[in-house]
Design a protein around this ligand. Structure first.
Ligand code: ADP
Length: 452
């Protein structure tokens, strides 16, 4: 039953609509409405036609019976005859209903729905055809009413309920209402359609603009991604290639020190010390640069990471430092999250390392780690009681090689937080610092729950 109905609907849709793109214009909706009307009017018309045919048969109104049958036949033809344009189908549909209205009017008079049909037909034309056809429908209604009026006046219609109920003047009084209501509908409804049409067009324009912008945005993202990739490849290759000559410099400095140590004066030994120290720092910087370019490039595997286990690992890594500085590393029960465990380990390693490194003299570091579940991400914080950071440096410290202290006071390359930022962003998150000067600082970062 369902498939018969589906086939019936598809067939009528195929015949009564044109392949206009969805939402393209008012014509699309006009055809949709027409198709829906035809689909439902066929089964529904049985409700009116079966008793109508029966009554016509009993009362001997055979011409009305014939008109009913022709009207239903025409509508079935409109629905199923192949190779007719939608416009022709609409004209046949309206023609059939016009004939039915006039027949109803003639044979049933004011007790039949003839005038109502004429008004409904005008509204149908406004909805399903262009405005000029609706205007023509009003003129046609006026013409039909005038002709009937004249026929009544000259008594040429024979004997029927219409002729027995109406005189010329009463008919004109009644039928002018029909013309009036049709004219009002033709005047008002298209205003609504005009508004709808311009809204649809506006919507269409906005959609096209949005699509174009989206395409442009996607292009830019692609370009940015490619440029980033190029840059990463470049920094990876450069830092990788730099390691080789640096290794040579360091080993020759070692050799120089070993072979000529006794023969060199204090100044020369000092120079060798500075050169070795510089080479060592350059080595650390290159290692960090390599780590930066590798971040998210090698360690992309996303897994379930138990943050308690991860933190135990961090504690072990820094056990020596924690013991030496009498530091405390505290955290309560931490969640299991989806992330790259190696990358998240790198973030915590850098943050805990900094918290241990930038502690206030004579005051043992206390580091507290917390996690908070939010709607779409996890918020982690690493708080210390160290030297703190001035607000003006809050953004700068996440840039590559940006340091606020010299290497004598606090060793480092200035890459740790840049690496953290890169990893966090790859996990769909954000990283920032909060600090009241000299009162320690709190590093906060988020990890999206939607990491794939
Ligand atoms: P590095 O520690 O190697 O210098 P980072 O990128 O890890 O590089 O840090 C950048 C700068 O931010 C540091 O030089 C330091 O001045 C400041 N900083 C980072 N963490 C802290 C902290 N916990 N307390 C105070 N200052 C910090």
């Amino acid at each position: 039953m369902k498939s018969i109905w589906k086939r019936y609907v598809n067939r009528i849709y195929g015949n009564c609509t044109e392949p206009i793109q969805f939402g393209k214009s008012l014509d699309y909706w006009r055809n949709e409405l027409f198709a829906a009307t035809v689909i439902y009017i066929i089964p529904l018309s049985l409700i009116a036609v079966i008793p109508g045919v029966y009554m016509s048969y009993i009362s001997g109104l055979y011409p009305l019976l014939l008109v009913d049958v022709i009207a239903v036949g025409s509508i079935i033809g409109v629905a199923f005859i192949p190779r007719l344009s939608v416009f022709t189908r609409k004209l046949i549909f309206c023609g059939a209903l016009y004939i039915t209205s006039i027949a109803l009017l003639y044979y049933l008079g004011s007790s039949g729905p003839g005038l109502l049909y004429l008004l409904a037909l005008t509204i149908f034309i406004i909805l399903c055809l262009e405005i000029k056809y609706a205007q023509a429908a009003v003129i046609l209604n006026a013409l039909i009413c005038t002709l009937i009026g004249l026929a009544l006046h000259f008594d040429t219609l024979g004997q029927s309920p219409l002729t027995s109920e109406y005189e010329f003047d009463t008919w004109i009084a009644v039928s002018s209402n029909l013309v009036f209501l049709s004219a009002v509908a033709v005047f008002l409804l298209p205003k609504l359609f005009g508004g709808l049409q311009s809204t649809i067009e506006e919507h269409e324009k906005l959609e096209t603009k949005l699509e174009k912008n989206q395409e442009r945005l996607e292009d830019s993202i692609k370009q940015l991604y490619n440029k980033n990739k190029e840059l990463e490849d470049f920094s990876y290759t450069v830092s990788h290639d730099l390691k080789e000559p640096l290794r040579m410099i360091r080993s020759f400095l070692e050799l120089l020190k070993k072979k000529y140590d006794g023969k060199l004066d204090k100044k020369a030994r000092e120079y060798i010390y500075f050169a070795t120290d510089g080479a060592q720092r350059l080595n650390t910087m290159i290692d960090d640069l390599l780590e930066y370019s590798r971040a998210g490039r090698v360690y992309t595997e996303i897994d379930e990471v138990d943050m308690n286990d991860l933190m135990e690992g961090i504690k072990m890594q820094f056990a020596g430092d924690i013991h030496a500085k009498k530091a405390k590393l505290r955290y309560n029960s931490l969640p299991t999250i989806r992330a790259s465990s190696v990358s998240i380990n790198t973030v915590f390693r850098n943050l805990v390392n900094n918290a241990l490194k930038y502690h206030r003299p004579e005051i043992p570091p206390v580091i507290e780690i917390t996690a908070e579940e939010r709607n779409s991400d996890w918020l982690f914080t690493v708080q210390d009681n160290g030297i703190g950071i001035k607000a003006e440096y809050f953004d700068q410290i996440f840039s590559m090689f940006r340091r606020l202290h010299n290497s004598e006071d606090y060793p480092g390359s200035g890459m740790g937080l840049a690496i953290c930022k890169k990893i966090v962003e790859q996990h769909g998150g954000d990283i920032w610092v909060e600090s009241e000067d000299e009162n320690g600082c709190k590093f906060c970062f988020t990890i999206s729950k939607e990491v794939h």
